[in-house]
Design a binder for this molecule. Structure first.
Ligand code: GDP
Length: 284
């Protein structure tokens, strides 16, 4: 599948440098991943960028992912310095865990500082992730109404500020934006179906055909129920056509408006109306 490349080597180097600079100021990184595609929504250089920095992996949009696979992912991602939590930022589910897990990850480090006679201070954090993974929504949610800017801090890029969050963390108000592994066509497909990349840069019809084919194999009953069909045509192009007829998405002459149907399928998939799915599976 063809995806227009919006990140150039220069952009990537700059983004990496910005993130690395900001990381020097923080105790904990919040790496946002899409719970439906924890591999495809990750950055290919993230381990190199973060090293052993304490990291909370936020499996976001978990309302749209298969809950049992999300649990498997949490276990698979667990390391001494990494903990993964499932979050639904829209409903606010799982967010209370964020400050708790962050504190746990830096407890030892903070105790060492205290032993040296340093005064206790808030845990400093930053949010990282690819475009559309939910960074802004997450920051707004975590900050909530009690947001207070903590004033300019030396070392922070101009225009960036620390904000105090509900669980008494200090968060950089600007997230670090990372690039996905867009050169892999399978990754491109998953980013497209989940809405991580703009519709102008991929073939909506091709993507929705591939999705339809997969759904028809993986969970035919759900498709039948949603589109009120007794049987599913085994050919994806015909199945898409049938859905168009069912939904009355026609152009003059009684032909199906295939691009409208393709858009409908993608929209309903992304809203979770076709079920909750995880497209990247954890290693066994
Ligand atoms: P950013 O580009 O990473 O800052 O992403 P945004 O915060 O702008 O979010 C991208 C889209 O994802 C928006 O339409 C959000 O409403 C949606 N979104 C964010 N978090 C969640 C979530 O937990 N569940 C669902 N279903 N949608 C979410």
């Amino acid at each position: 599948m063809d995806i227009q490349i919006q990140w150039f080597p220069g952009h990537m180097a700059k983004a990496k440098r910005q993130v690395q600079d900001a990381l020097k100021l923080v105790d904990v990184a919040f790496e946002l991943l899409d719970a439906r595609i924890p591999v495809s929504s990750s950055n290919p250089m993230i381990d190199q960028i973060l090293g052993q920095k304490p990291r909370v992996i936020i499996l976001n949009k978990s309302d749209l992912a298969d809950p049992s696979i999300t649990k498997q992912w949490q276990r698979a991602l667990d390391r001494p310095y990494i903990k993964a939590i499932a979050v639904d930022t829209i409903k606010g589910e799982g967010l209370k865990e964020v400050p708790r897990v962050a504190s746990m990850l830096v407890a030892e480090q903070m105790a060492k500082l205290a032993a040296k006679g340093r005064r206790p201070r808030a845990i400093r954090c930053m949010v990282l992730g690819i475009p559309n993974v939910g960074k802004s929504t997450f920051i707004n949610r975590l900050v909530g109404r009690k947001a207070t800017k903590t004033g300019d801090t030396p070392g922070v890029t101009k225009g960036q500020q620390w904000i105090r969050t509900q669980g008494s963390l200090e968060l950089l108000d600007t997230p670090g934006i990372l690039w996905p592994k867009f050169e892999d066509p399978e990754v491109g497909y998953k980013l497209a179906v989940t809405g991580a990349i703009k519709e102008q840069v991929f073939d909506i019809y091709e993507v929705s055909l591939k999705l339809l084919q997969w759904l028809a194999e993986y969970n035919p009953e759900k498709l039948k129920e949603r589109y009120r069909m007794n049987e599913l045509n085994p050919e994806a192009t015909k199945l898409l056509w049938d859905i168009g007829v069912k939904r009355g998405l026609l152009v003059s002459g009684g032909l199906v408006d295939e691009s409208k149907v393709a858009q409908l399928i993608l929209k309903e998939f992304r809203e979770g109306l076709l079920g909750r799915y995880t497209l990247d599976l954890p290693p066994m």
